[in-house]
Design a protein around this ligand. Structure first.
Ligand code: 13P
Ligand code: SF4
Length: 346
């Protein structure tokens, strides 16, 4: 089965019943096609003894089929412990790569191998190596949104869900070099009081949220808490009632007494939140005249491509064994620190 060039998946419409501030979404697949593809995917999953891992930003029809839907930390933890023979990773390339590093002997496939990340692009390994050479006392903390070769050059990996904990656990006498997200890095510095050298990278989607956009939607929903991802700029983070990873957004909204929330992160998160908290309302913070609150990379994965990749067992993530070996150490360290009951846990 292949992608149809005129697929209705590329069109956008306002959500029925939503007001002006609500987001636009893709036209869903016609139900009979969605059902047929979903059944075929579940069938392949059984035959392959595969596990289907999906990030919170994936399209709803993929989230609804996954064995596990979560943030980068949860997905790494799931990848580390799976007994499945095949890992089908619905997210972006660096996430599938992380799963391969944790499972060199398994087949790891992803629906679209071009699903990149602006943070990963911002940090080529050669440039990182050159910066590291300027200070032998650097302790490199790499946000998981980076390539395997950058991971291989790092001392420890972090995700948005554990960055505070990882930085707090870093050796006191060392100069921390935090790569590649300067917004997450700045937030971690505020939380930990630890000075760090920040790589100048950012998420092209999260930096589109602005102070003005938040104020505009706040006037419409004055009592709704603002929940923002730490990849947002400081101007947005300062307005937020909670700054956290996508998985912690679910916890926060579940346990908050509020019944409506403003969400400043990628639009796919709204589906997960609505599934987890059906009685509550989630309002995406608008971005100016564009669909920039949809990550174009995350949205490269479609149900059709998911079916194709499982049917063909391709594209596969393949990595140099030496890179796997070197990148594994800082990922294992992250997973180990994440389990430790430390004060100020991120
Ligand atoms: P989370 O780990 O919080 O889900 O973030 C991943 C990501 O890519 C954010 O843009
Ligand atoms: Fe990368 Fe931003 Fe997309 Fe996350 S939302 S995968 S950080 S480009």
């Amino acid at each position: 089965m292949t992608d149809t060039p005129n697929s209705s998946m590329s069109q956008t419409v306002p959500i029925p019943g939503a007001d002006q501030s609500d987001f636009v979404t893709r036209v869903p697949l016609p139900p009979p096609r969605r059902d047929a593809l979903s059944r075929a995917i579940l069938d392949l999953k059984r035959k392959l003894n595969a596990v289907l891992l999906a990030h919170n930003y994936q399209v709803p029809e993929i989230q609804d089929l996954a064995d596990y839907v979560g943030d980068s930390l949860g997905l790494s933890q799931q990848a580390a412990k799976t007994t499945a023979e095949v890992i089908v990773f619905c997210g972006v390339h660096f996430m599938a790569e992380t799963a391969k590093i944790l499972n060199p002997g398994k087949i790891v496939i992803l629906p679209d191998q071009d699903a990149g990340c602006s943070l990963e692009e911002s940090c080529p390994p050669e440039k990182l190596r050159a910066l590291q050479a300027t200070n032998p006392n650097f302790h490199t903390v790499a946000y998981i949104n980076c390539g395997a070769r950058v991971k291989a050059l790092s001392d420890v990996i972090c995700t948005s869900g554990n960055a505070v904990k990882i930085v707090n656990a870093s050796p006191p006498g060392r100069d921390i070099l935090f790569v590649p997200d300067e917004n997450l890095g700045a937030w971690v510095m505020e939380q930990t009081g630890r000075k760090m050298t920040l790589w100048r990278g950012s998420c092209y989607a999260h930096v589109e949220f602005t102070h003005a956009g938040v104020m505009r939607v706040r006037r419409q929903f004055p009592g709704a808490p603002l929940v923002a991802h730490p990849e947002c700029t400081r101007a947005v983070r300062l307005l937020a009632d909670e700054v956290c990873s996508t998985e912690k957004m679910v916890d926060y909204c579940k346990h908050s007494p509020a019944s409506a929330f403003l969400i400043a992160t990628e639009a796919g998160m709204i589906h997960r939140l609505r599934r987890e908290c059906p009685a509550k309302r989630f309002i995406p913070v608008p971005v100016a005249n564009c669909r920039c609150n949809e990550c174009k990379f995350m949205k490269m994965n479609t149900l059709e491509k998911l079916h194709d990749c499982m049917a063909r067992l391709a594209p596969r993530v393949e990595l140099d064994p030496e890179i796997i070996q070197r990148a594994r150490r800082p990922i294992d360290l992250m997973l180990q620190i994440s389990l430790q009951p430390l004060a100020n846990a991120g």
